[in-house]
Design a protein around this ligand. Structure first.
Ligand SMILES: [Zn+2]
Length: 86
């Protein structure tokens, strides 16, 4: 059976999960890189995200490679964040 929530009771809700502190290394946004399977060199996927978001990426992401102009598919296990400069 469904439970109806009274909107005025939401202030009594449990703390949100994102209330937990996030380490700075996981907050910084970087360019997502993968190895181009054609020339085995790092290439930018066109995505920018945090390490935490990257870890949650499912496989099956796709982008057009700026090195070989082909479509490559990638998942969290294939990718890493480019080290920020400075
Ligand atoms: Zn490529």
């Amino acid at each position: 059976m469904l439970v109806e929530l009274d909107p005025q009771s939401q202030s009594q809700a449990q703390p949100l999960p994102q209330a937990e502190p996030i380490p700075p290394a996981e907050r910084s946004v970087g360019r997502v890189m993968v190895n181009c399977p054609t020339d085995s060199k790092p290439v930018h996927t066109g995505q920018r995200m945090t390490r935490r978001n990257l870890a949650a990426v499912a496989s099956g992401m796709a982008f057009r490679c700026e090195r070989c102009n082909a479509i490559h598919r990638w998942g969290a296990g294939d990718a890493w964040l480019e080290a920020p400069r400075g």
